[in-house]
Design a protein around this ligand. Sequence first.
Ligand code: MLT
Length: 202
Amino acid sequence: MTQDLSFIHRFEKGVSTAAPLLLLHGTGGDENDLLSLGKALAPDRSLLSPRGKVLENGMPRFFQRLAEGIFDEQDVIKRAHELADFIVEAGKAYKLSKPIAVGFSNGANIAGAMLLLRPEVLTGAVLLRAMVPLAKPPQANLAQKPVLIISGASDPIIPASNAALLATMLKNTHADVQHETLPTGHNLTQNDVTLASKWLNR
Ligand code: MLT
């Protein structure tokens, strides 16, 4: 754990000069959670993994929600900017190029919000079990930024229509979106790792 920048985080330097991965955990996770996923996806890349600053019954998250799937959008906006500022700060501190966000669940949702509000801080994103983070985002231009969305067909938290709407929303900003749906629920599977690592290394 490192706390000298504005988020508690872990940083692991990789040997590759390819874009580092920004790992964003789900509700109740922390900066350690997705390090093994990051290494499985791209063993050579640098990994930057912050801990969400919001606590819900003691569980770290990246923004507040009013109920499951119902977001406090003012907080989503504030926290997306805060995290985007951290990416810039960490980029200078560790001499990193713009990262590719790899977010799971709540981490995918804050990554989606950053794509819509601060697209310039990310090279692209892998959104695992993501939903629409903002009902009426400002008009953004993602200029062919690559985005992979992987949904679960039987995800009890995220209706298929919501994940599809997120894909459409991002396509409308001119992102280069690939949306895949796996025969699984909310949790990650080996198929997620296989798909995402292929996409990252294409
Ligand atoms: C969220 O709050 O971001 C989503 O409901 C996913 C979750 O964290 O459970």
